[in-house]
Design a protein around this ligand. Structure first.
Ligand code: ADE
Length: 249
């Protein structure tokens, strides 16, 4: 039973490729897939690239060509919920495409043909990731880092569980993130974080009946400084998380 561990960017994969036992690299459709074992378990590591189409293509390949039994996404996201700060970890309970709008034919955000806007994640996998995230964040390995200006003010970092939204936009103004939070909140969707792939993977996994879960570390607040915070976090901090959180699988 192979678990696929999917990320958009190499930095989000952290040291997972280096930690693989008996690694084998397969190149297909412009993507590198690494097969091997992590802590004795068969895994396939994959990079999707950025955005929903790239993520859906990769998830489809993982299901069709590689026959994986489940998919876990690990990466970064912009914090939208109150109290969701840089350095915190968000585990998705469900995903919504914030740029899906086939109204007035279908309600805003509903995915046509599915009868729902929010695609739920696998409950058991999600619980495992949340417990692993909490264990990591409360351990001294994840402690306060005075040398790192991005997370220096965040001690202790927290783990959250809830709704993550995805869309083909890097949300980089306070006005846009406030509008998203407000519009979704008014419809009863309390959003924690925004990224660009998860909802697409959730939809593909639903089609194939594959368990799916996702864990995202907050790299920025999707606000006017997101264009500075995101690359800094990805370059200097993001790679620390994947190895620890994936140990919960
Ligand atoms: N991933 C990380 N930060 C993001 C942001 N602000 N918008 C979209 N995706 C992101």
């Amino acid at each position: 039973m192979t678990t696929a561990i999917l990320s958009a960017l190499p930095e989000e994969q952290g040291g997972l490729v280096q930690a693989l036992q008996a690694p084998e690299c397969i190149t297909h459709a412009g993507r590198s897939f690494w097969r091997g074992r992590l802590l004795g378990q068969p895994v396939l590591l994959a990079l999707s690239g950025i955005g929903k189409v790239a993520a859906a293509t990769t998830a489809t390949l993982l299901a069709e060509r590689f026959g994986v039994a489940r998919i876990v996404f690990t990466g970064v996201a912009g914090g939208l919920g109150d109290g969701v700060q840089v350095g915190d970890v968000v585990v998705a309970q469900d995903f919504l495409q914030h740029d899906m709008d086939a109204s007035p034919i279908f309600p805003r955000w509903e995915v046509p043909g599915y009868g729902l806007a929010r695609m739920p994640c696998d409950a058991a996998l999600t619980t495992m990731l949340f417990e692993a995230a909490n264990a990591y964040l409360t351990s001294d390995r994840a402690g306060f880092d005075p040398k790192n200006p991005v997370i220096a003010h965040r001690h202790p970092a927290r783990a959250h569980q809830g709704l993550i939204v995805s869309g083909d936009r890097f949300v980089s103004t306070s006005a846009e993130s406030a509008a998203l939070r407000q519009a979704l909140g008014a419809a009863g969707h309390q959003v924690l974080a925004v990224e660009m792939e998860g909802a697409a993977v959730a939809q593909v996994c639903r089609d194939y009946g594959l368990p799916f879960a996702a864990v995202r570390t907050i790299s920025d607040r999707a606000d006017d400084s997101a264009h500075v915070d995101f690359p800094h976090f990805v370059r200097h901090v993001a790679s620390r998380y994947a190895d620890h959180i994936i140990q919960g699988l």
